[in-house]
Design a protein around this ligand. Sequence first.
Ligand code: FES
Length: 103
Amino acid sequence: MLVCSCNFITDSEIVDVINELLDEDCWQLIVPAKVYHAMQKRGRCCGCFPNVVDIIIRTTEQYHAGRHSTDDEIFDFMIRLKQFHEENRRADLERRQKSHRAA
Ligand code: FES
């Protein structure tokens, strides 16, 4: 399924990159920009980023479920990952509202 219409990126391509990043460091916090950078792409309108965040969270959960990570490690990491993305989402909304008011 096409996730990013600006760059023609599918969900399976995103999942593959996330798994490669997790193979390098399974506890790193992955953001959409890191995924796109690894694909040598960049966000243009960035309208796909909320969906990419959902794919990152889902893929990371599945990655750790299939490994020898303990439930406590996974729980702590997923809480940190979700908080990190929620803070980024809030900051992005505030930025958009400020730029909308300035226009
Ligand atoms: S839809 Fe992905 S950058 Fe525009």
